[in-house]
Design a protein around this ligand. Structure first.
Ligand SMILES: [Zn+2]
Ligand SMILES: [Zn+2]
Length: 313
């Protein structure tokens, strides 16, 4: 029987969740502050995601070196977002593995520096140092890495959910699932490049994995109960957005009007706005169109109660 630890505390650092399987969690999970993973194998190690700005990835690399003397031979990117791929170049010896769609999304480069600075002002000074490092091995729906007795299963849901190129990393023997941003625990999910309806379906698929420990893209290590809770948030937002869409209510008014209940206490509740806007695009069959990010940021600032207020950052 595999030993598991599902710690409920939430601080930045490396946590062993099963033998030689580690989650690198970053408190407190807001925009840009994501989680990563480390799988220590027979000959070498595998990293799951590379975090965002240099100061973060350096801390992660230092934590890896304290955990194992083995080098990181492979790095899996769970999707193209900069908070998961920004640090790719700090793993120069690793083969970078991702879904085909993730590579496609990453190829044009990161969003412009001024936009990143506006989105994540706490890290403004570091964005100019980012350089894209593309995955060199890609897969369409599934890929399995074999390391002795250990199987590492990569899976892409076959549709856009959080993004078009989401992938999970599952260790069936250890029953540990790294979801990337297909799961947020205690942090409001963000669908500005996703599809809320499909994300609900993808969450159903996550719940089918025989996983006892779930490491989300943002938030503390958890279990399926946390994924269920996030799924319920998406269901609530989509259902309430539909009623208001049908009534002709503008998206921002709908975002203000929807009662979030327990989810109002999740971090960054103002993400309700991009999530409702994305639902509206879904109802109009327009999810292929990108969203106007500066406009969304302005709207989120209005919902937060003024610009420059970034709680907990
Ligand atoms: Zn993320
Ligand atoms: Zn993301």
């Amino acid at each position: 029987m595999t030993r598991h630890a599902v710690p409920r505390d939430w601080k930045t650092g490396m946590v062993e969740v099963a033998p030689k399987v580690f989650a690198y969690v970053q408190a407190t999970g807001e925009t840009g502050i994501s989680n990563a993973g480390l799988l220590v194998g027979h000959e070498a190690a595998i990293a799951v995601d590379a975090l965002m700005v240099p100061s973060m990835t350096r801390r992660f690399v230092t934590a890896i070196k304290k955990t194992t003397r083995k080098s990181v031979a492979d790095l899996v990117n769970t999707h193209h977002h900069v908070d998961h791929t920004g640090g790719n170049r700090y793993f120069p010896a690793a083969t970078i593995i991702a879904s085909e769609k993730c590579r496609e999304e990453l190829r044009p480069g990161f969003p412009p520096v001024p936009l990143l600075q506006r989105f994540m002002p706490a890290f403004a000074g570091e964005f100019s140092k980012l350089k894209v490092e593309l995955p060199t091995v890609t897969f369409s729906d599934r890929m399995v890495l074999h390391d002795g007795e250990r199987e590492i299963q990569l899976w892409h849901p076959g549709m856009a959910a959080h993004t078009s190129g989401d992938a999970t990393v599952f260790l069936p023997r250890e029953r540990v699932l790294f979801t990337g941003d297909l799961a947020f625990h205690g942090v409001t999910p963000l669908a500005f490049q996703g599809h809320v309806g499909h994300w609900i379906e993808a969450a159903d698929r996550l719940l089918e994995f025989d996983a006892e420990v779930i490491v989300p893209g943002h938030g503390p290590i958890g279990t399926k109960a946390d994924v269920r809770s996030m799924r319920e948030y998406l269901v609530l937002v989509r259902r309430e957005a539909k009623t208001r869409f049908d009534a002709g209510m503008p998206a921002e008014a709908a975002a203000r009007d929807i009662k979030l209940g327990i989810y109002a206490a999740w971090r960054e509740p103002e993400r309700i706005l991009p999530n409702v806007m994305r639902c509206y695009q879904e109802f109009r069959d327009e999810t292929h169109l990108p969203m106007d990010i500066p406009k969304i940021l302005e709207g989120m600032e209005r919902l937060r109660g003024g610009p420059g207020r970034h709680p907990c950052l």
